[in-house]
Every structure is written in C-alpha cells, then in structure tokens.
Design a protein around this ligand. Sequence first.
Ligand code: ADP
Ligand code: ZN
Ligand code: MG
Length: 482
Amino acid sequence: MSQNTATEYEAVIGLEIHVQLSTNTKMFCGCQLQFGADPNTLTCPVCLGHPGTLPVPNEKAVRYAIATGLALGCSIAPRSMFHRKNYFYPDLPKGYQISQFDVPICSDGELAGVRIHRAHMEEDAAKNIHVGESGRIHGAGRTVVDYNRGGTPLVEIVTEPDIRSGAQAREWLQLLRATIKQLGVSDVNMEEGSLRCDANISIRPVGATELGTKTELKNMNSFRFIERGIDAEIARQTALVNAGEKVRQETLHFDPSTGSLTSLRSKEESHDYRYFPEPDLVPVAPPAELIEEIRASLPELPLEKADHFENGLGLSVDTARFLAFNAEIGAYYQEVLLEAGADVDAKRTADWVTGELVARIGADADPAESKVTPVALAQLVTMVGEKKVTNAGAKTVLDRLVESGGVPEQIVEAEGLAAMGDGDELAGIVDAALEANPKAVDDMKAGNMKAIGAVIGFVMKQTQGRADGGEVTRIVREKLGL
Ligand code: ADP
Ligand code: ZN
Ligand code: MG
C-alpha cells in the first residue's frame, strides 16, 4: 500500500562532553598544567609513557570529578576502577589512555530534564599539531606533537539521548558549562579546548520508541557551531531517509564556514579498544564522609540561580534562564545590581544587560571584558529610572560606553542628552505637535488614544529623543482634557 502523507521525523541527540579539570598538576604525574606554555616543556617520564614508570592519581582531580557528578545529580560509586583503553596514535605515547570502563565514578544523574548516563575520569591525549606543507611525505603537511596536554585530567560526561534539537542542545550545554564554571573545577574555555563536545544524532518517526542509526559529530568548539552542526546533520539524515536511503553509522566533521559535513572514519566499537583494568592503580574508593563533605561545599548552581532570578527578582523565565545559563553575562548582571544598590529596578537592569548590551557586544562575549564597567551601566540604569535621560538617550550613551568606556553622567552632559523635564519648553513643543497633527487631535478626542503616536513622534523628532514619552502623554491629556 502506498502512503500518501510523508512520515514526520524527530531528532534524537545524546552528547559526550570532555571537561579539562583546572588542577595545578596532571592526572597521574606532578607536571604543571598550563595552557599556551612552550611545546614539550611540561612533561616527565610518566606522562611521556616511559617504561617502568608508575601513575599516581591526583586527589584534587578525583574531588573535582565527584563535585561534577554531585552537581549533575549523579550517584557516586563507592568503588570504581581505572581501565586501559588501548589504541595507537602519536598523541598517546603509552599506547593506551587511562580511563574508566564498566564502573564510572559518577552515574545516573539528571540536569534540567536531560539524564546523565555517566561521568568518568580519564586523562587527555597530547596535541597533534598539523604544520604546513613540507613536501617530505608525498607532499603532505607534517604533524608534530606537543605532549604538554598529555595527561591533563578530564571528566567525560555522557548524556542519555534526551535532546531533540540543535537549539535545545545549545541551551543545555550552556547550562552545563555555567554549572561547571560555578563549581570552579574547570576553565570551561571552548576556544582553548577545556570544554569539548561531541554530538550523537539520529532521527526516527515521531512516536517511535526505538532509536535510529546514529552518527557522531566530533569536537565542535562553539555553541553556535554545535547548534548549526546538529541542525545540518538532522537535515542531512532526513533528506537521506526521505530519499529511501539509510543512515550509515559514522563520525562526521562539521565545517562551520561552508556548513558541510564530511566523513572522518567509520566508528570503532568498544571491543576494538581491548579495555582491561589498569594493573598499576588501586580502585578509587572515596569514603562516604568525603562525598558528603564535597556535597556540602557545592556553591549555588545555575538552576537555583535561575529560580532566584525568576522568583526572587521577578524576571521572566526566559530572561532568568538566559542570565543564569550564560555564566559571564549572569555574573555581570549581578555585579550591576550590586553597584546600582537596593532600590534599582532588577527587571529594567536585566533588560539593559540582556537586550541592549548583549545586542551591542554579542551573546558570546564576556561583558566584563567590554569597556562598559558594571558601575557605568548601574549609573546609566539609575539615570533612566530617575528620568534624567530617556530610553533613547540612554541607548546613545550605551553606544558611547561600548565604543570607548567612560562615565554616563559626563556623556549625557557632553552630548546634550539630558532628558527634558516637565518645564515650559516641553509644553511648548507639545503645543506645536498638536497644531501640526490636527487629525490625531480629533482622533484622540473621539476616544482613539493610539493616535497619540504621531504627536509623540513629532516631539521626539523635535527634541532628538530627549523627551520622556510618559511625560508627553501626560501633557497631551492635560491640554486636551482627556
Ligand atoms: P557508542 O557505543 O557508539 O559510543 P553509546 O551507547 O556509548 O554509543 O552512546 C554514546 C552517546 O550517544 C550517548 O550520549 C548516547 O546518549 C548517544 N546515543 C546512543 N544511541 C543513540 C542514538 N541512536 N541516537 C542518538 N544518540 C544516541
Ligand atoms: Zn608528567
Ligand atoms: Mg561510548
């Protein structure tokens, strides 16, 4: 039988996130961790995989892994093992990575509706650096290895396939990043690779419960690319299936500059790695008291923060989540509130931060690194509240602050942006506006107050935005006896 209606598909997405822990030293040796140091200056026989050396676990890394698991609502295993994951690659001098296998230190958690399958400890590989064409090997470029990164402590977080779109993946990852940042266990700097994300993607007919064949998008290093990469892959799979073809299980690379997806390799299975228990390490068995001590020291996390923004400060759900999940913007907002003092309007302040400021510097930028200091923005918002400057005037002030910093009061003064009070000057301009808009006056008298728009527009034009709309409305009503 032929089917007339096209099948509707839904996307199913699970994420694997690698987080570099910001300990002072590496996972199994005493080498310093430092991003950007001269290549191969932070190494020792242990992390270079010399025979006869022995790994010693980093206690702080274990604590950080437990803190991460607790923040994600996981159970902490009373006893978990390290395993060797065997494979050959130049960035892995031992020929295996010390990781965890059947019993991870953290499992069965949940963050904002996405279940956490597991979070385990492992060590990072070194960094292969592909340098330009050398011509030595059949014209291919050369690859050199910087072993400084090798042995960096990692937590790998694996979600259940509970995500349904690129946008949801992006928002959830922002929450995860903010959560880890708040814990203080990682720099979570995506450009430097301290937070890296792989996305597993499949589609299935809406209503189906079985999972489709998945592909894996490797190592995307910005939230925007993750969202775009996932959406591109969903579109690719949907087109394939609609054309009667099958999705092949493979690993893909998303090129953000072209939007294209290319195949890297067919995926290894877990048995290809010949996992076996690390014979040089005893199991990790954190005492219950240690786990409780770590639990008790967890800071206020972004989800609680969102709740506080929404229910304590009266922000909308969306604004509250945006601020709480975007760690830097949220911290900046709280700083502005603090500078502005107890009487400030938290909602108006949020609008200026999430609306006007973000529109000017971009949602991925850290406002603390902009030229607009929290003190300056606090002052500007206060001036708007006190009607010393209109919204339109304040936007001009913010333009100047973003360009070159400065003090709002001085900018208002220098650029003649001070709001017009309720003095005779404004009344005179309103008179002129009413005279110039007789139809609007008739309409208002007939009960259509929307017509006031034309009058306000006239006044704003005359005053270059320095008049307060509310004040103009008040004067108009007074003059027309409405
Ligand atoms: P693999 O053995 O290929 O590594 P796992 O079962 O370990 O796969 O899962 C890895 C990640 O892929 C997890 O985040 C999981 O939620 C996700 N995942 C597994 N199967 C699917 C699927 N069919 N569609 C989308 N994501 C999936
Ligand atoms: Zn070392
Ligand atoms: Mg896996």
